[in-house]
Design a protein around this ligand. Structure first.
Ligand code: FAD
Length: 291
Protein backbone atom coordinates (compact mmCIF):
# COMPACT_ATOMS: atom_id res chain seq x y z
CA UNK A 1 0.00 0.00 0.00
CA UNK A 2 1.16 3.52 -0.75
CA UNK A 3 2.23 5.59 2.25
CA UNK A 4 0.41 8.64 0.88
CA UNK A 5 -2.85 6.62 1.12
CA UNK A 6 -2.04 5.40 4.62
CA UNK A 7 -1.35 8.96 5.80
CA UNK A 8 -4.59 10.16 4.24
CA UNK A 9 -6.87 7.39 5.48
CA UNK A 10 -5.52 6.51 8.88
CA UNK A 11 -4.82 8.97 11.65
CA UNK A 12 -2.79 8.87 13.78
CA UNK A 13 -0.09 6.65 12.29
CA UNK A 14 2.96 5.18 13.99
CA UNK A 15 5.82 3.85 11.86
CA UNK A 16 9.27 2.45 12.61
CA UNK A 17 12.69 2.63 10.94
CA UNK A 18 15.27 -0.14 10.60
CA UNK A 19 18.72 -0.11 9.05
CA UNK A 20 20.22 -2.99 7.03
CA UNK A 21 23.44 -4.77 8.06
CA UNK A 22 26.82 -3.54 6.81
CA UNK A 23 28.14 -7.07 6.34
CA UNK A 24 26.56 -10.41 5.47
CA UNK A 25 27.41 -12.00 8.84
CA UNK A 26 25.06 -9.52 10.53
CA UNK A 27 22.18 -10.12 8.11
CA UNK A 28 20.45 -12.76 10.20
CA UNK A 29 20.38 -10.67 13.38
CA UNK A 30 19.02 -7.63 11.51
CA UNK A 31 16.39 -9.79 9.83
CA UNK A 32 15.36 -11.16 13.23
CA UNK A 33 15.05 -7.64 14.69
CA UNK A 34 13.09 -6.52 11.60
CA UNK A 35 10.70 -9.46 11.96
CA UNK A 36 10.09 -8.67 15.61
CA UNK A 37 9.43 -5.01 14.81
CA UNK A 38 7.13 -5.98 11.90
CA UNK A 39 5.21 -8.29 14.26
CA UNK A 40 4.18 -5.15 16.20
CA UNK A 41 2.20 -4.17 13.06
CA UNK A 42 3.28 -0.55 12.63
CA UNK A 43 1.55 1.44 9.88
CA UNK A 44 4.71 1.18 7.76
CA UNK A 45 8.43 0.50 8.17
CA UNK A 46 11.27 2.39 6.55
CA UNK A 47 14.56 0.73 5.61
CA UNK A 48 17.61 2.98 5.30
CA UNK A 49 20.15 2.90 2.50
CA UNK A 50 23.94 3.11 2.72
CA UNK A 51 25.68 4.78 -0.20
CA UNK A 52 28.10 1.88 -0.71
CA UNK A 53 28.85 -1.68 0.32
CA UNK A 54 26.48 -4.08 2.01
CA UNK A 55 23.73 -1.78 3.18
CA UNK A 56 22.81 -0.70 -0.37
CA UNK A 57 22.41 -4.34 -1.40
CA UNK A 58 20.43 -5.29 1.66
CA UNK A 59 17.85 -2.48 1.60
CA UNK A 60 15.71 -4.29 -0.97
CA UNK A 61 16.10 -7.63 0.83
CA UNK A 62 15.04 -6.23 4.20
CA UNK A 63 12.22 -4.16 2.66
CA UNK A 64 10.80 -7.17 0.83
CA UNK A 65 10.99 -9.16 4.05
CA UNK A 66 8.92 -6.40 5.71
CA UNK A 67 6.39 -6.64 2.85
CA UNK A 68 6.11 -10.42 3.33
CA UNK A 69 5.08 -9.68 6.90
CA UNK A 70 2.17 -7.56 5.65
CA UNK A 71 3.70 -4.25 6.71
CA UNK A 72 4.10 -1.64 3.94
CA UNK A 73 7.83 -0.95 3.43
CA UNK A 74 9.44 2.39 2.58
CA UNK A 75 12.83 1.80 0.93
CA UNK A 76 15.34 4.65 1.19
CA UNK A 77 17.46 5.46 -1.86
CA UNK A 78 20.34 7.94 -2.17
CA UNK A 79 21.97 9.40 -5.29
CA UNK A 80 25.43 10.48 -4.09
CA UNK A 81 27.88 9.41 -6.82
CA UNK A 82 25.12 7.57 -8.71
CA UNK A 83 24.64 7.43 -12.48
CA UNK A 84 21.27 7.29 -14.21
CA UNK A 85 22.04 3.64 -14.96
CA UNK A 86 22.64 2.89 -11.23
CA UNK A 87 19.38 4.56 -10.27
CA UNK A 88 17.45 2.68 -12.93
CA UNK A 89 18.88 -0.63 -11.73
CA UNK A 90 17.97 0.05 -8.10
CA UNK A 91 14.51 1.35 -8.82
CA UNK A 92 13.72 -1.57 -11.14
CA UNK A 93 14.94 -3.95 -8.44
CA UNK A 94 12.50 -2.37 -5.95
CA UNK A 95 9.72 -2.58 -8.55
CA UNK A 96 10.39 -6.29 -9.15
CA UNK A 97 10.08 -6.83 -5.41
CA UNK A 98 6.71 -4.99 -5.39
CA UNK A 99 8.05 -2.18 -3.22
CA UNK A 100 6.03 0.91 -4.11
CA UNK A 101 7.31 3.47 -1.56
CA UNK A 102 10.71 5.16 -1.89
CA UNK A 103 12.29 7.83 0.32
CA UNK A 104 14.39 9.79 -2.19
CA UNK A 105 17.53 11.28 -0.65
CA UNK A 106 20.68 12.85 -1.90
CA UNK A 107 22.72 11.19 0.86
CA UNK A 108 25.57 12.71 2.83
CA UNK A 109 28.50 14.17 0.92
CA UNK A 110 31.56 11.89 1.06
CA UNK A 111 34.27 13.34 3.34
CA UNK A 112 36.26 16.11 1.67
CA UNK A 113 33.81 16.54 -1.25
CA UNK A 114 32.61 20.09 -1.74
CA UNK A 115 32.27 20.49 -5.48
CA UNK A 116 29.44 18.36 -6.84
CA UNK A 117 29.06 20.24 -10.14
CA UNK A 118 29.89 17.19 -12.26
CA UNK A 119 27.45 14.85 -10.48
CA UNK A 120 24.54 13.51 -12.48
CA UNK A 121 22.23 13.91 -9.46
CA UNK A 122 23.17 16.79 -7.22
CA UNK A 123 20.02 16.95 -5.11
CA UNK A 124 17.07 14.85 -4.04
CA UNK A 125 14.68 16.67 -6.41
CA UNK A 126 16.66 15.33 -9.42
CA UNK A 127 16.38 11.82 -7.97
CA UNK A 128 12.62 12.22 -7.55
CA UNK A 129 12.32 13.14 -11.25
CA UNK A 130 14.41 10.11 -12.21
CA UNK A 131 12.44 7.63 -10.07
CA UNK A 132 9.19 8.81 -11.64
CA UNK A 133 10.41 7.64 -15.05
CA UNK A 134 10.17 4.03 -13.90
CA UNK A 135 6.72 3.74 -12.43
CA UNK A 136 3.98 5.04 -10.23
CA UNK A 137 5.90 5.05 -6.95
CA UNK A 138 4.87 6.88 -3.81
CA UNK A 139 7.93 9.06 -3.20
CA UNK A 140 8.86 10.82 0.04
CA UNK A 141 11.71 13.13 0.99
CA UNK A 142 13.62 14.29 4.06
CA UNK A 143 13.11 17.63 5.80
CA UNK A 144 14.96 19.44 8.57
CA UNK A 145 13.14 21.42 11.30
CA UNK A 146 16.51 22.90 12.34
CA UNK A 147 17.58 23.34 8.66
CA UNK A 148 19.91 21.08 6.71
CA UNK A 149 23.50 21.69 7.87
CA UNK A 150 24.60 22.82 4.37
CA UNK A 151 21.81 25.39 3.96
CA UNK A 152 22.70 29.01 4.71
CA UNK A 153 19.43 29.55 6.57
CA UNK A 154 15.99 28.01 7.09
CA UNK A 155 14.34 30.16 4.38
CA UNK A 156 16.80 28.88 1.76
CA UNK A 157 16.33 25.30 2.94
CA UNK A 158 12.53 25.57 2.77
CA UNK A 159 12.70 27.06 -0.70
CA UNK A 160 14.83 24.04 -1.77
CA UNK A 161 12.33 21.77 -0.01
CA UNK A 162 9.60 23.18 -2.24
CA UNK A 163 11.56 22.02 -5.32
CA UNK A 164 11.54 18.49 -3.91
CA UNK A 165 7.80 18.56 -3.31
CA UNK A 166 7.12 20.10 -6.72
CA UNK A 167 9.21 17.31 -8.27
CA UNK A 168 6.76 14.75 -6.82
CA UNK A 169 7.36 14.05 -3.11
CA UNK A 170 4.00 13.24 -1.61
CA UNK A 171 5.19 13.37 2.00
CA UNK A 172 8.23 14.49 4.00
CA UNK A 173 9.80 12.86 7.04
CA UNK A 174 11.68 15.07 9.47
CA UNK A 175 15.14 14.74 10.85
CA UNK A 176 14.96 13.93 14.57
CA UNK A 177 14.29 16.82 16.93
CA UNK A 178 14.07 17.02 20.72
CA UNK A 179 12.16 20.25 21.15
CA UNK A 180 8.63 20.17 19.75
CA UNK A 181 8.34 23.95 19.64
CA UNK A 182 11.04 23.99 16.92
CA UNK A 183 8.94 21.52 14.93
CA UNK A 184 5.69 23.54 15.32
CA UNK A 185 7.46 26.67 14.13
CA UNK A 186 8.87 24.75 11.16
CA UNK A 187 5.43 23.37 10.23
CA UNK A 188 4.10 26.89 10.18
CA UNK A 189 6.90 28.00 7.84
CA UNK A 190 6.42 25.02 5.51
CA UNK A 191 2.70 25.73 5.18
CA UNK A 192 3.43 29.44 4.65
CA UNK A 193 5.78 28.45 1.80
CA UNK A 194 2.97 26.46 0.14
CA UNK A 195 4.30 23.03 1.15
CA UNK A 196 1.10 21.19 1.95
CA UNK A 197 2.08 17.51 1.82
CA UNK A 198 1.84 15.44 5.02
CA UNK A 199 4.83 15.89 7.36
CA UNK A 200 5.87 12.79 9.30
CA UNK A 201 7.53 13.74 12.59
CA UNK A 202 10.72 11.72 13.19
CA UNK A 203 11.34 10.90 16.85
CA UNK A 204 14.46 9.26 18.22
CA UNK A 205 14.19 7.50 21.59
CA UNK A 206 17.70 8.03 22.95
CA UNK A 207 18.52 4.94 24.95
CA UNK A 208 22.22 5.47 25.67
CA UNK A 209 24.57 8.40 26.08
CA UNK A 210 27.00 7.27 23.32
CA UNK A 211 24.12 7.29 20.84
CA UNK A 212 23.50 10.92 21.81
CA UNK A 213 27.08 11.90 20.90
CA UNK A 214 26.63 10.39 17.42
CA UNK A 215 23.24 12.07 17.00
CA UNK A 216 24.58 15.48 17.84
CA UNK A 217 27.42 15.07 15.35
CA UNK A 218 25.06 13.98 12.56
CA UNK A 219 21.98 16.10 13.05
CA UNK A 220 23.22 19.13 15.00
CA UNK A 221 19.89 19.00 16.81
CA UNK A 222 19.18 21.38 19.69
CA UNK A 223 19.11 19.59 23.04
CA UNK A 224 16.73 21.21 25.56
CA UNK A 225 17.90 21.71 29.19
CA UNK A 226 15.36 19.13 30.31
CA UNK A 227 17.03 16.52 28.13
CA UNK A 228 20.56 17.55 29.18
CA UNK A 229 19.54 17.07 32.84
CA UNK A 230 18.30 13.61 32.05
CA UNK A 231 21.61 12.72 30.33
CA UNK A 232 23.61 14.13 33.25
CA UNK A 233 21.64 12.12 35.76
CA UNK A 234 21.24 8.77 34.01
CA UNK A 235 23.98 8.31 31.41
CA UNK A 236 26.07 6.14 33.79
CA UNK A 237 23.12 3.81 34.44
CA UNK A 238 22.19 2.11 31.12
CA UNK A 239 18.85 0.70 32.31
CA UNK A 240 17.75 4.02 33.81
CA UNK A 241 18.96 5.93 30.71
CA UNK A 242 16.94 3.64 28.46
CA UNK A 243 13.80 4.07 30.56
CA UNK A 244 14.26 7.84 30.72
CA UNK A 245 14.96 8.09 26.94
CA UNK A 246 11.80 6.14 26.09
CA UNK A 247 9.77 8.25 28.53
CA UNK A 248 11.11 11.47 26.92
CA UNK A 249 10.21 10.22 23.42
CA UNK A 250 6.74 9.15 24.67
CA UNK A 251 6.20 12.60 26.12
CA UNK A 252 7.24 14.25 22.83
CA UNK A 253 4.85 12.02 20.85
CA UNK A 254 1.91 12.68 23.17
CA UNK A 255 2.51 16.42 22.88
CA UNK A 256 2.66 16.15 19.04
CA UNK A 257 -0.59 14.16 18.92
CA UNK A 258 -2.29 16.60 21.31
CA UNK A 259 -1.32 19.40 18.93
CA UNK A 260 -2.78 17.76 15.84
CA UNK A 261 0.35 16.10 14.39
CA UNK A 262 -0.89 12.74 13.25
CA UNK A 263 2.07 10.99 11.63
CA UNK A 264 4.87 9.81 13.91
CA UNK A 265 7.95 7.93 12.73
CA UNK A 266 10.24 6.30 15.29
CA UNK A 267 13.95 5.87 14.70
CA UNK A 268 13.90 2.46 16.35
CA UNK A 269 17.56 1.63 15.59
CA UNK A 270 16.70 -2.08 15.12
CA UNK A 271 15.52 -2.36 18.73
CA UNK A 272 12.22 -4.30 18.95
CA UNK A 273 12.01 -3.84 22.73
CA UNK A 274 12.14 -0.05 22.36
CA UNK A 275 9.46 -0.12 19.65
CA UNK A 276 7.25 -2.41 21.77
CA UNK A 277 7.66 -0.25 24.89
CA UNK A 278 6.69 2.88 22.98
CA UNK A 279 3.61 1.18 21.57
CA UNK A 280 2.69 0.05 25.06
CA UNK A 281 3.10 3.60 26.40
CA UNK A 282 0.73 4.85 23.67
CA UNK A 283 -1.81 2.02 23.79
CA UNK A 284 -4.77 4.16 24.87
CA UNK A 285 -3.72 7.13 22.73
CA UNK A 286 -3.10 5.48 19.34
CA UNK A 287 -5.79 2.79 18.83
CA UNK A 288 -3.55 0.56 16.65
CA UNK A 289 -0.98 0.36 19.48
CA UNK A 290 -3.44 -1.52 21.72
CA UNK A 291 -2.61 -5.24 21.65
P1 FAD B 1 18.71 17.48 -0.54
O1 FAD B 1 17.23 17.61 -0.52
O2 FAD B 1 19.38 17.43 -1.86
O3 FAD B 1 19.28 18.71 0.32
C1 FAD B 1 20.67 18.81 0.65
C2 FAD B 1 21.07 20.28 0.71
O4 FAD B 1 20.98 20.87 -0.58
C3 FAD B 1 20.19 21.13 1.62
O5 FAD B 1 21.00 22.09 2.23
C4 FAD B 1 19.19 21.79 0.65
O6 FAD B 1 18.76 23.05 1.12
C5 FAD B 1 20.02 21.93 -0.61
N1 FAD B 1 19.22 21.72 -1.84
C6 FAD B 1 18.22 20.82 -2.03
N2 FAD B 1 17.76 20.89 -3.29
C7 FAD B 1 18.47 21.85 -3.92
C8 FAD B 1 18.47 22.36 -5.24
N3 FAD B 1 17.63 21.91 -6.19
N4 FAD B 1 19.38 23.36 -5.55
C9 FAD B 1 20.25 23.81 -4.61
N5 FAD B 1 20.28 23.36 -3.34
C10 FAD B 1 19.42 22.39 -2.99
N6 FAD B 1 21.25 9.21 4.45
C11 FAD B 1 21.63 8.02 3.91
O7 FAD B 1 22.77 7.91 3.43
N7 FAD B 1 20.78 6.94 3.89
C12 FAD B 1 19.52 6.99 4.39
O8 FAD B 1 18.79 6.01 4.35
C13 FAD B 1 19.08 8.24 4.97
N8 FAD B 1 17.81 8.36 5.45
C14 FAD B 1 17.39 9.59 5.94
C15 FAD B 1 16.07 9.73 6.38
C16 FAD B 1 15.62 10.95 6.89
C17 FAD B 1 14.19 11.08 7.34
C18 FAD B 1 16.51 12.05 6.97
C19 FAD B 1 16.04 13.37 7.55
C20 FAD B 1 17.82 11.93 6.52
C21 FAD B 1 18.27 10.70 5.99
N9 FAD B 1 19.58 10.54 5.50
C22 FAD B 1 19.99 9.34 4.98
C23 FAD B 1 20.54 11.66 5.56
C24 FAD B 1 20.50 12.52 4.28
O9 FAD B 1 20.94 11.74 3.18
C25 FAD B 1 21.40 13.74 4.50
O10 FAD B 1 20.82 14.60 5.42
C26 FAD B 1 21.85 14.47 3.25
O11 FAD B 1 22.91 15.36 3.61
C27 FAD B 1 20.77 15.31 2.56
O12 FAD B 1 19.85 14.53 1.92
P2 FAD B 1 18.52 15.22 1.31
O13 FAD B 1 17.82 14.19 0.57
O14 FAD B 1 17.80 15.99 2.34
O15 FAD B 1 19.23 16.25 0.28
Amino acid sequence: MKISEILEKKQPTLSFEVFPPKTSDLYESVEKATNEIAALKPDFMSVTYGAGGGTSRYTTAIASNVLKRQVPPLAHLTCVNATAENIKERVMDLKEHHIENILALRGDLPQGVEDTSDWEFRHADALVHEIRKYGDFCIGGACYPEKHPEAANIAEDISNMKKKVDAGCSFLTTQMFFDNSIFYNYMYRLREAGINVPIVAGIMPVTNAKQMERILKLSQAFIPRRFVALLDKFSDNPAAMKQAGIAYATDQIIDLLANGINAIHIYTMNKPDVAAKLQDNLSEIIPSCKK
